[in-house]
Design a protein around this ligand. Structure first.
Ligand code: DHK
Length: 141
């Protein structure tokens, strides 16, 4: 049985209610259920965690090392600011895919830069909640 970690950062607990024109109407629970349906046939399971706190996300990244085959990570606004999360990703062997629901490149210029992308395995942006499923499929061996 393979294991993936679905990790979401600040304000993503508000999905479904939060700016639905940008982030859609699905909740994090809906997204988790879709990932489960996608990966279960391949004998993979997913654990889902969300925090609004940088340090908590860092602790979970450290703990994920050696426990998961991959992390599907939407770091929210920490994407654009957090050198500490970047260093956490660099400190572990578990591969991380950075996912954004919206196309950050079509939005404000402060969203165009990612502190994390260059230490991630890859980045999926602008494909809505489907981006999470696509990231999960990448990790299926
Ligand atoms: C989510 C956020 O919370 C923003 O801060 C990012 C990202 C974009 C998303 O599209 O999923 O800028």
């Amino acid at each position: 049985m393979g294991k993936l970690l679905l990790l979401n950062g600040p304000n993503l607990n508000r999905l479904g209610k939060r700016e639905p024109d940008i982030y859609g109407s699905e909740t994090l629970e809906d997204i988790k259920e879709k990932i489960i349906a996608t990966i279960e046939p391949y004998q993979y399971q997913v654990d889902a965690k969300q925090s609004n706190h940088e340090g908590q996300l860092i602790d979970w990244i450290h703990e994920a090392d050696k426990c998961y085959q991959g992390i599907i990570f939407n770091p929210g606004a920490y994407t654009h600011t957090s050198i500490a999360i970047r260093d956490a990703i660099s400190s572990v062997d578990v591969p991380v895919i950075e996912v954004h629901i919206s196309n950050v490149h079509k939005r404000e210029s402060f969203r165009h830069t990612s502190m994390l992308a260059s230490v991630c395995e890859g980045q999926i942006v602008g494909l809505g909640s489907k981006g999470y499923q696509l990231a999960a499929m990448y990790f299926i061996k």
